[in-house]
Design a protein around this ligand. Sequence first.
Ligand code: WQD
Length: 329
Amino acid sequence: MQDKQSVLVTGGAGYIGSHIVQLLCEMGHRVTVLDNLSLGREENVDKRASLLVGDILNRDDLRKALSVQPRVIFHFAAWKAAGESMTDPAKYATNNICGTLGLLNAMLEYDIRYFVFSSSAAVYGEPQYTPIDEKHPLHPANYYGYTKLAIEENLQWYSRLKGIRYAALRYFNATGYDIHGRIRGKEKNPANLSPVVMETIAGLRHEMQVFGDDYETPDGTCIRDYIHVSDLAVAHLKAMEYLLENDENLVVNLGTGEGHSVKEVIQTAERVTGKKVNYTITDRRPGDPPALAASNHLAKELLGWQPEYSDLDTIFRTMASVYLDKDSK
Ligand code: WQD
């Protein structure tokens, strides 16, 4: 097992970041979190970490965060709503691309070499085949996916020219909550399927929309590869160990290899919670491919990683413990 490291986690108060922060603290690493709390929640940050409320776009905040001399930086701070990125590209270009380039340039100043990047399956765009492996063509279908690809391409250059070593982890559909129930703050204004289903079950929204049931899939609704955030957290820890042990770059998909339809997701949530989901079928959402699933062989081979919590029952059992808890914010 790796020595204990000093690590910086940008966006570590966010939905995914807070799960990785918790595991890093659990493993005894010294964790600093930089988060502007625009989407993240302070109560989700493990108390063993030190939280700097600040912005990756603010040079002074960046300097403060990097002055702790982390050995590894985990970078989650980004906007992630694919639909919004198509109406407000400037917001995504500024925060995702410029924000990350500012962080990389600051890393050069502070001689920090290791970078674990929260990338996305959105870099692939419309699947030409599925399950999608890392050799699949990269044609993002939305501006959000393009920002993730643009950052990966810059990481290639910064690695080649300046010796940065990075792991780009391409998430499929991140979902679920901490299997031990320690992270309880709900996502703010979610657009993704599973939190929307849970908000509907919890009565936080009257009903939800199912964007089309006329796809060429068994039940007509879209199929996606749902990966539990606790499985993602383990993959990030293993990616850090891989970088420190091998000193070479890594680009892997993080998914289960299995797909589930929107209706399957809704039916599972109803069964697990014993509550009905109010939904109406509406038109398709532009840009939604009928089916997406990851080939995760490379992550299994290089990281020795195996999803353990990503079955739909566990996903909704862990989400219900947060969304049906009247005290959780
Ligand atoms: C899943 C399915 C919707 C909401 C996006 C990003 C991707 C990644 C994951 C970060 C689709 C349907 C959804 C709703 C619905 N993000 N749906 N009603 O679009 O697969 O991927 O999130 O890395 O980059 O693009 O996820 O959860 O939005 O949708 O019917 O209210 O659920 O049509 O078929 P998606 P999603």
